[in-house]
Design a protein around this ligand. Structure first.
Ligand SMILES: [Zn+2]
Length: 257
């Protein structure tokens, strides 16, 4: 099992850790600051610094899988491969890394911060467009959110809505509710495509806006990494609205040029 330091502090850029497993799925650490692909958010990239100072570039991060293809609580770090068809295991072995080694895991912070800014913006979109979400993808360069709806959406109005919520500098609070509380409040789940991060009896939540109900902008279960205040999002705009299908409107986000 990997301790998920990024869930308690999304601003941690590096940590020391011990290698606990190496396989074709990647290198597993006892703790990490690397977010694994999930909930629509891309996996982190960065470097692993070995005890002798060598740096191994990490291309992606994924959840481990068991024999049935179900996710485990191990987080797998994938090296940048010289040849995309090369063996992940062989690459780690060639680097001379072994189980038990002490390393430093350092996330590509500039890239991660872009993911955090986009992820928080997708939650702002859930406030601006109160419809169910049926698709989500957050990358360092763009993000897209698909809403299950037939009415058209206005690009300029949404961009203005985001700018207003960014300027208002709403704080974000990471919290949790019990599985039972979530079951009793199904409206909290705004996504049909991303399942809430259940499993421990408690579900992590992200709240945007102040403590009073009238100040709340958005509250939903989410396992992703977020900025601490909407002001930190900066200049994110809606670059495109697409009619993906008769019942789906896709909102594409980008950074203002
Ligand atoms: Zn989220």
């Amino acid at each position: 099992m990997t301790q998920t330091l990024f869930r308690d502090d999304a601003y941690l850029r590096e940590c020391s850790a011990t290698v606990t497993a190496i396989s074709e799925q990647g290198l597993v650490l006892d703790r990490t600051v690397f977010y694994p692909l999930g909930g629509g958010q891309a996996g982190d990239a960065g470097v692993l610094v070995l005890a002798d100072g060598r740096e191994i570039a990490i291309a992606d991060t994924r959840k481990g899988k068991n024999e049935d293809g179900q996710p485990t609580d191990a987080i797998c770090h994938l090296p940048v491969l010289a040849d995309p068809a090369a063996s992940v295991l062989l690459q780690w072995q060639r680097a001379g890394v072994q189980v038990g080694d002490q390393v430093t895991a350092r996330v590509d912070w500039e890239r991660r911060h872009r993911l955090m800014r986009f992820h928080t913006t997708t939650h702002l979109l859930c406030h601006l467009v109160p419809q169910l979400v049926n698709g989500c993808s957050i990358t360092p360069d763009y993000a897209r959110l698909d809403f299950s709806m037939t009415d058209p959406l206005d690009k300029e109005a949404l961009t203005a809505g985001i700018a207003r919520l960014v300027a208002a500098a709403h704080p974000l609070v990471v919290g949790s509710i019990s599985d039972a509380e979530l079951d009793a409040n199904p409206a909290l789940v705004k996504s049909m495509s991303v399942l809430p991060p259940r499993g421990s009896g408690q579900v992590r939540t992200i709240r945007i806006g102040g403590p009073g109900p009238e100040q709340m902008i958005d509250l939903q279960p989410c396992g992703g990494t977020h900025v601490a205040n909407t002001a930190e999002i900066g200049a994110v705009v809606v670059t495109k609205i697409e009619k993906k299908s008769a019942t789906t409107r896709r909102v594409v986000l980008g950074f203002a040029a």
